[in-house]
Design a protein around this ligand. Structure first.
Ligand SMILES: Cc1cc2nc3c(=O)[nH]c(=O)nc-3n(C[C@H](O)[C@H](O)[C@H](O)COP(=O)(O)OP(=O)(O)OC[C@H]3O[C@@H](n4cnc5c(N)ncnc54)[C@H](O)[C@@H]3O)c2cc1C
Length: 310
């Protein structure tokens, strides 16, 4: 049997999370197919066909699929589900919106947030905010899986030459409709794709100070900006910058945490970063226990000094 990956895309291009999901799919064994469900999404389907390791792209095109409405995408997946032993989604907001609907309709358990494929039926996934790793074996006939993208390297975006096949688009479920979206525009790299992230915490004290201190550092390093939940809840940074258990899971090459204590819920989102730098004035702050480099200092002097030195 083959393995199906549900592509995350914007109808024109494939989102990076799809590439990590393809790597997980390859590890499950069998031919890897990618479903591109969208509208006027030929360019996205063509891009999916270039991904190394992909044997076939199924392109379902209809107005009802344009915005990735969960009801419609789930119906589209269910229409072809019987051909597959595994169906994998990236564990992104989009994937997590669709996967449970598919699992419920197929009456199987969802295997969430896998970080490793041990065998075709056995997977690892973090539990208790990443403090333990569960090994999960599934006896279900089809495995519905969400993939923690930081757990798998990205498949090469080019080098493949899969055939693109048209899949019959399912009818609009009529249960939801797209009203509008407000997409924050930023020149910075996207948080989950960034190689460097600088994150600020409650210690910044205000939105003005957050921007004044963290932005120059991010600019110097070409980094994305992240934040702790305390900083987000206090309005210092927007919600989509939150890193952690209830925010984004990141694993950049370099993660700089300034004025962040290192609560387990924050660590759950960033402790797999390659190099962690912590700036905190409390030597007992738990963030120092995961930091490769710790600077016990007042961030309001240390960060500007760092920016100057860079
Ligand atoms: C169910 C649940 C889910 C959660 N999910 C998340 C999540 O996804 N992400 C997340 O981040 N949190 C999450 N939290 C909240 C988490 O428990 C912490 O409350 C939060 O991470 C604390 O944020 P902080 O480190 O910015 O603030 P604090 O814990 O208040 O830490 C501020 C730190 O700044 C230091 N500091 C103060 N002034 C300075 C200065 N001038 N210079 C240098 N250092 C200074 C202090 O020593 C302290 O260590 C969650 C909590 C729960 C219960």
């Amino acid at each position: 049997m083959s393995v199906l990956v549900i592509a995350e895309h914007d109808n024109a291009s494939i989102k990076g999370a799809t590439l990590n999901t393809v790597t997980a799919a390859v590890a499950c064994g069998g031919d890897v197919h990618v479903l591109v469900a969208g509208h006027n999404a030929g360019a996205a389907a063509a891009a999916a066909a270039q991904i190394a390791g992909v044997a076939k792209v199924l392109h379902a095109d209809a107005p009802g699929l344009e915005h990735g409405l969960a009801e419609n995408v789930a119906a589209q997946v269910l229409a072809i589900a019987s051909n597959y032993s595994h169906i994998l989604f990236p564990a992104t907001a989009g994937g997590k919106n669709v996967a449970p609907r598919v699992a419920a309709k197929l009456d199987v358990a969802q295997i969430s947030d896998i970080t490793k494929v041990i065998a075709a039926d056995t997977f690892e996934r973090p539990i208790y905010a990443g403090n333990a790793i569960a090994t999960v074996q599934s006896a279900d006939s089809v495995k519905i899986i969400t993939v923690r993208t930081t757990g798998f390297d990205a498949a090469a975006a080019t080098g493949g030459s899969a055939a693109v096949e048209t899949a019959a688009a399912t009818a609009d479920a009529g249960k939801s409709s797209f009203v509008g979206s407000e997409i924050a525009k930023s020149d910075r790299p996207e948080l989950t794709a960034a190689k460097i992230i600088v994150s600020g915490g409650r210690a910044l004290g205000s939105k003005e100070k957050f921007d004044e201190v963290m932005t120059p550092l991010a600019d110097k390093l070409g980094a994305a900006i992240g934040a702790s939940r305390a900083a987000v809840d206090a309005g210092y940074a927007p919600n989509d910058l939150q890193v952690g258990q209830t925010g984004k899971i990141v694993a950049p090459q370099l993660y700089v945490a300034a004025g962040i204590s290192g609560a387990i819920q924050h660590l759950a989102g960033m402790k797999d970063s390659k190099v962690i730098v912590a700036i905190n004035k409390d030597p007992e702050a738990p963030i120092f226990s995961v930091a490769d480099y710790g600077l016990e200092a007042d961030l309001f002097t240390a960060v500007p000094e760092l920016v100057k030195a860079l």
